[in-house]
Write a protein that binds this ligand. Sequence first.
Ligand code: PLP
Length: 406
Amino acid sequence: MNFDIDKIRNDFPILKETIYNKPLVYLDNAATTQKPQVVLDKLMEVYTKYNANIHRGVHFMSNKATTETETARKIIQQFLDAPNSHEVIFTRGATEGINLVAQSFGEQFVHPGDEIIVSEMEHHSNLVPWQLMAEKRGATLKKWPFTQAGELELPVLEKLISNKTRIIAVTHVSNSLGTINSVKEIIEIAHKRNVPVLIDGAQAVQHLAVDVQKLDCDFYVFSGHKIYGPTGIGVVYGKEQWLNQMPPYQGGGEMIESVSFEKTTFNQLPYKFEAGTPNYVDTIALAEAIKYVNELGIENIAAYESELLIYGQTKLLTIPGLEIIGNAWNKASVISFNLKGLHPFDVGTILDKMGIAVRTGTHCTEPVMQHFGIPGTVRASFAFYNTKQEIDELYKGLLKVVELFK
Ligand code: PLP
């Protein structure tokens, strides 16, 4: 494969760090990803060369920052294959994006007695906002359960949809199980019943090609920091037909057309949903991260990470007492597991002392843990800069943990 791993690793300065005098093995990419030098340089460039508030200035720096921000919007439009750049709204992250849609869509379209369908494998960010909205609007939240393998079954969804269903919210890729959901089929089923769908792409855009037109999703959200961009920036793609009908999520500067004490009229898309000074610096740097990903090629990334996943799963399963949680046939490069008789927290703490960063706990998916009756899992999640050697380090580390607790 056309993938120069040494060069790639060189692009990420943090990967050269040592932790407790051991080379860093960073396997916590589902929580956040590391940043390539081009992204770090871009942040520095904006702050040192043209930092100025956007959209309202007449001076050079403000115009430059505005142009860069709007170019970033176009880069993200192309990345998602969204029909229009004004359907791309910048938020603080996936969480804020889902809250925006839940509150605003809910206010316009959800009424007492209506139903919202959310899957059992959602991150709390794609569950709690719907709970809050359902409570406010007098609607009911319906759970779409997953199987023991960690898969969502389409016939179950068909039965769940009723003439009261107003929206379905489902993750593209599960952060705790790794499952890649059949979102295209889900959307087809929903649309046959005239129900819109929000896809949580927080764990998807960094691993697989996303085309919102092919998917025909109504809303798609993701976070910049999980795709090698900065923290504090995220994206909502929404179909114009919905966004135009939805009320603003927050009030403030920039989202207005005119204001008087008697009446305020609102700006057009996307600004209607971008109240206040936007996070233009991180927006511009996010575009740099997307360009980096585009240059590597998302198909190449997917193929390489799939190799890592297969290698990792095969190797880890040879460890006595290791059980993988989440065995869907179609998975992203996430391995959630437990060692028999050991608390995930203990496993993670010992691995840390070896310089190996994994996540432990519920991964903000408590209903997933409740489904399996477990306190949590250890989660190793791989990015394109990880290597089989690093998986070997994880394997050796886990063997030591097993030995220690014998
Ligand atoms: N959705 C999924 C599937 C996630 O994994 C996460 C974060 O881990 C989120 C939503 C929330 O993302 P953020 O905390 O960046 O808003």
